[in-house]
Design a protein around this ligand. Structure first.
Ligand code: NAD
Length: 360
């Protein structure tokens, strides 16, 4: 019975199944494949919170009209090094990649690009866009807000939910290696990780959540059952401060709206993103920069590990390690998430016989 299986699934099979769900829901084959590949890559990199577990909400948002499967990146303002892109509530994975394509073309002429990417349905793993820049040899910085639904994160010192997980990302290219990728929610943990813990009936790490009185709790249910608590920011006032800047720059400057209550919250996921792309050659030159990057990483790696740690890593390394492991061993998916995905596949129009064949 496919509804009871504990999953460890091959990434190619999972990507094909995911793409079929989205074509059944109305997306074209190339769009469905791009979204599926992005989600499965998030799982491969260890971010199950931003992987195929998002399928049920994407399918729901397609059917209720909040996610337009045929929307693409549209340039709505072009001032040389400053560009504005509207995503038309299309798949963030497609619109975001297209926006980066445009930025990478422009940065060759201008040395720096500042781009607003607004009205995207969920952009997924923000690191994907940073990696796209990094692999092409550019530095990138991303400030993101998340709107269209009720807020989940309390400001430092507060107990009410006022903000979201506001991801921040910064990527540094390396000539001979994978880019360095800092890609993080500014909440203590990503909301998706609370969802995954809730699905598995596991506690979340201490300090990530507060209950309805603002007291620390590790019970993920406070995010889903009354009386509601909230996610806290990472790093107390500093993480909160960075989240405020992501909200204002991503949502206010680049985007169309912030998490204020007068703006629409129909239960969808909209990301607005401010993205900066920098050509190292336009600064002190690539060679000197890369020398510093290589030697600094070497210096960091040579740190004696603290008790309880195997070694010191740089940002992006845990994801590379997860990628290697999961490419070889498969992607683990908990039963509850898998049931949700199968149900969404059915809602998208796939019949059980086809589902069985796709995941056999
Ligand atoms: P995380 O806490 O797992 O990792 C954050 C960063 O820390 C990563 O760059 C990682 O490489 C680095 N890191 C982790 N362990 C490390 C170590 N031991 N040494 C050195 N560096 C280390 O990530 P997260 O905050 O849970 O975010 C998960 C994903 O959620 C991200 O891809 C983010 O873009 C995504 N997200 C998206 C949205 C959205 O609305 N689209 C919202 C929130 C988060």
């Amino acid at each position: 019975d496919v509804y009871k299986r504990q999953m460890l699934i091959d990434h190619d099979k999972l990507a094909r199944f995911t793409a079929r769900i989205f074509t059944s829901a109305g997306a074209t084959a190339p769009v469905a494949k791009e979204v599926a590949d992005h989600l499965v890559m998030a799982n491969l990199k260890g971010h199950d919170s931003h992987g195929v577990g998002m399928i049920p909400s994407y399918v729901a948002n397609i059917s209720n009209g909040h996610l337009r499967t045929d929307a693409h990146a549209e340039v709505i303002r072009d001032q040389g090094a400053v560009l504005m892109i509207d995503g038309g509530t299309g798949f963030g994975q497609v619109v975001g990649r297209e926006a980066v394509d445009i930025a990478l073309q422009r940065v060759k002429e201008t040395g720096v690009v500042s781009m607003g990417v607004r009205n995207c349905h969920h952009l997924g793993r923000i690191g994907a866009y940073g990696e796209q820049c990094g692999r092409a040899g550019y530095v990138s910085v991303h400030f993101v807000n998340v709107v269209g639904h009720e807020p989940q994160v309390s400001p430092f010192g507060g107990r009410d939910r006022r903000m979201t997980t506001n991801p921040f990302c910064c990527v540094v290219p390396r000539v001979d290696d994978d880019p360095l990728v800092l890609d993080m929610a500014t909440s203590a943990i990503a909301l998706g990780k609370v969802r995954v813990a809730h699905m598995k009936s596991e506690p979340v790490p201490e300090g990530a959540l507060v209950d309805h009185e603002g007291l620390p709790t590790s019970n993920p249910a406070v995010m889903y059952e009354e009386p509601f608590g909230a996610l806290g920011p990472f790093g107390n006032h500093k993480g909160y401060g960075l989240a405020v800047m992501c909200e204002l720059l991503g949502g206010g400057l680049a985007g169309e709206w912030t998490a204020q209550p007068e703006h629409q919250r129909p239960g969808t996921i909209i990301n607005h993103m401010l993205m900066l792309v920098l050509d190292p050659a336009a600064f002190g030159g690539l060679a000197g920069f890369q020398r510093e990057v290589t030697e600094m990483v070497r210096y960091l790696h040579s740190t004696t590990p603290a008790k309880g740690f195997d070694r010191v890593r740089v940002p992006g390394e845990p994801e590379q390690e997860s990628l290697t492991l999961r490419l070889a061993e498969g992607i683990p998916i908990d039963d509850r998430s898998w049931r949700g995905i199968l149900k969404a596949a059915g809602k998208a129009g796939l019949i059980e016989k086809d589902i069985e064949a796709l995941i056999a």
